[in-house]
Structures are given as C-alpha cells and as structure tokens.
Write a protein that binds this ligand. Structure first.
Ligand code: URA
Length: 230
C-alpha cells in the first residue's frame, strides 16, 4: 500500500473507532500471533492516557505508594512548547493531585507570567510523581523508578524547551552530579531539546536575593521561544 493510501486507510479506521492496528513483520494479512509491542500503532492521546493510568496505579516505590494521597502526574498543556520539571510533590500537591499548588507554586506562576505566558500554556511535571514523606529528598532508587514516566511525558509533549527547577530536576535530566549554580544560566541538550536549569522556587522563597538570576534565566528562555516562533 502506498503511503497516501495507507494514511487514508488509517484515517478511515480511526473514524470507525479503531485506535490500534498491528503490523505483521512477515507481511501476512491475518497474523495468528499478537504483534510485538513496538509494532502497535497508537495515537499520542492514547499513549498519554495509558501513561497517566500507569503512573496513577504505580507501586514501584513501596513507601511512597503506601503513604501518598494522590499521584501528581503533572498539569498543563500536553502540547506545550515549554515544560517545567520540579522535584516532587509536597503536602498541598499530594492532597490536590496537582503540581506546584503551594507557596512555591504561587512563585512559579509568577515566574511563568514574567515571560508573558500563562500557567495553562506550559506543562508542569516533577521528577517524582509521589510525595516523599515529610518532604524528604527523593532517594536514588525512587528517581530511577519514576524517571521513565518523565521521559515518556517529554517524548509525547516534545517541548522546544525544558526548564529544570532545582538540583534534582537538573541532575536527573542531564545525568550529571554538577551543582545547580554551575548548571544554571545556559542551555544544555537532552535528545535535541534545549534544557535551561534554574533555581527551584522553594529555594527562592528562602533566598530571595537569587530571584534576579532566575529572571535572567527566564529571559533566555523567552528569547529562545521567540527565535523558534520566528
Ligand atoms: N516542589 C516541587 O518540586 N514540586 C511541586 O509540585 C511542588 C513543590
């Protein structure tokens, strides 16, 4: 089948409510065995739904799964050009099931608005989707368990720019042990996506003198987004 015909065929299947088909590597018309996972054609919307469902029922980190009230998958525009990644949900986030809704979240909203965007226009996620008890730091095995969810979110959103908020997000995304002070202020690369690292809003609440540096980082993001749009 030629590619245009294939597209029309797929469109007609979709109109009939068929979301998944299987391609048979041997070219047989009616495969008698289920095709392997990688041959399954799924819409990004369905992948997103399945990913969210998987995260929301995840029990890989036993302590976090037992103590959480809600899984905080992330919120915002799943087609965003700019995606923020924080550390982990805190008390308020755990209660509401939404990222950055406490005091640090209010500051993040101001930071987003400082470059002329609304919160709903970006996507906000965390390295960990569950709250570490008493807001302790994420443990290395928890980061490893949760990382595939974040990477899949990034793959599906395909943002132009990622903004890592604080040490854990920056070090997890960039696979480095470097400090946030040395990582911030310039773009890094993650599979072709530009990554800006900056201070976490909770750190800024304790160290307001560093707000100016975050403002400088955000101006670089704004300039880069404008260059993409030009
Ligand atoms: N801090 C984070 O890193 N993430 C949240 O969602 C809230 C506070």
């Amino acid at each position: 089948m030629k590619s245009k015909e294939a597209r029309l065929f797929l469109k007609s299947l979709k109109e009939d409510g068929i979301e998944e088909i299987y391609s048979d590597p041997a070219g047989r018309k009616s495969p008698s065995v289920p095709a392997p996972e990688q041959n399954r054609i799924r819409s990004p919307e369905k992948e997103w739904f399945l990913l969210k469902e998987k995260a929301e029922t995840c029990t890989l980190c036993r302590e976090l799964a037992a103590k959480r009230k809600k899984v905080v998958f992330g919120a915002g525009n799943a087609g965003a050009k700019l995606m923020f990644v924080g550390e982990a949900p805190g008390y308020e986030e755990d209660v509401q099931g939404l990222p950055f809704v406490g005091a640090a979240g209010q500051l993040l909203t101001k930071i987003i608005e400082s470059i002329g965007l609304r919160r709903e226009e970006v996507f906000i996620a965390n390295v960990l989707k569950c709250r570490p008890p008493a807001n302790r730091q994420p443990k290395p095995d928890e980061i490893l368990n949760c990382e595939p969810y974040l990477l899949k979110q990034i793959e599906l959103i395909q943002p132009q720019i990622l903004c890592a908020l604080g040490t854990f997000a920056a070090q997890t995304l960039l696979k480095t042990g470097e400090s946030i002070s040395s990582l911030r202020g310039r773009f890094h690369d993650l599979r072709g996506i530009k990554v800006m690292c900056t201070y976490h809003p909770a750190y800024l609440l304790r160290n307001p003198g560093d707000k100016r540096k975050v403002w400088e980082d955000m101006k670089k993001i704004k300039k880069e987004l404008e260059a993409f749009a030009a």
